[in-house]
Design a protein around this ligand. Structure first.
Ligand SMILES: Nc1ncnc2c1ncn2[C@@H]1O[C@H](COP(=O)(O)OP(=O)(O)O)[C@@H](O)[C@H]1O
Ligand SMILES: [Mg+2]
Length: 249
């Protein structure tokens, strides 16, 4: 598979804002092609950690090693807000990263179209963001992230503002996309349900200092659909994550 995911090794990462130590001596190994959920209470440092992994902000100390460390390495970031350009159509929004990379117009249109089809937006390419529902806007945001075929996809509570049914649909689509593409995914959330449903491994962070409270491999099928949501297997995993979230610290 040419677009396989990258592996990451974080060692002794530390990050403070003034007197506030947000991440303190955090080490984490992420296997190539893994779907990892990072869970933790609001303000515990999840977004800061993701920004460090994305290279958007440097750690104060510690190292981040990416394998393979080649120049073709690409990552993509999806935020809670879709951040679309309102004066551009869906197609033009999805094609934006290719435009910035200098890909010619015909090729970027073809690639953006193909990616929009993958997120279920084939019929909406000429619409503008204001004409879309919240779920559709998030699909465009996802397409824009996927259009470059990233080998690492970072998502920071992407579906948190959506209604539950929309969120369920996007969870299933994201999981399928991950299976199809083989990229490494790091999904940050404060939702136990969503972490358990989506991931193969869940890391629960401590309230302060971003320590690892629980690092658990989830014993669930590879392909996931809504039937899994009410299954006893999912309940077992959610129970384990809930236990760690409820622990003091
Ligand atoms: N640029 C910044 N300057 C100062 N404090 C910050 C900055 N970014 C985050 N923080 C603080 O660091 C802590 C962790 O923030 P964040 O990583 O956003 O947590 P989470 O995503 O888990 O809610 C919070 O207390 C937040 O106020
Ligand atoms: Mg955050």
């Amino acid at each position: 598979m040419t677009e396989a995911g990258v592996a990451l090794r974080l060692q002794n990462i530390r990050r403070a804002f003034g007197d506030l130590t947000v991440i303190d001596n955090l080490s984490l190994d992420i296997v190539a092609g893994e779907f990892l959920a990072i869970l933790g209470p609001s303000g515990c440092g999840k977004s800061t950690l993701l920004r460090i992994v994305a290279g958007l902000t440097p750690p104060d100390s510690g190292t981040l090693q990416i394998t393979p460390p080649d120049l073709r390495f690409q990552n993509a970031f999806v935020f809670q807000e879709a951040h679309l350009l309102p004066w551009r159509t869906v197609l033009e929004n999805a094609a934006l990263p290719l435009e910035l990379m200098g890909v010619d117009a015909a090729e970027r249109t073809a690639r953006a179209r193909a990616t929009l089809a993958e997120v279920g937006l084939a019929d909406a390419e000429s619409r503008y963001p204001a004409q879309l529902s919240g779920g559709m806007r998030m699909r465009v945001s996802l397409a824009r992230a996927l259009v470059t075929k990233p080998r690492l996809l970072l998502l920071d509570e992407p579906f948190a503002a959506l209604d539950e049914i929309t969120r369920f649909r996007l969870d299933v689509r994201l999981r399928d996309l991950w299976i199809e593409r083989g990229m490494t995914v790091i999904f940050v959330t404060h939702s136990i349900t969503e972490a358990a449903f989506l991931a193969d491994r869940a890391v629960v962070l401590t309230r302060r200092g971003c320590g690892v409270k629980l690092d658990r491999r989830l014993d669930l099928p590879r392909a996931r659909d809504n039937d899994l949501r009410l299954s006893p297997q999912l309940a077992v995993e959610m129970q384990a994550l809930l236990g760690a979230m409820e622990e003091e610290g």
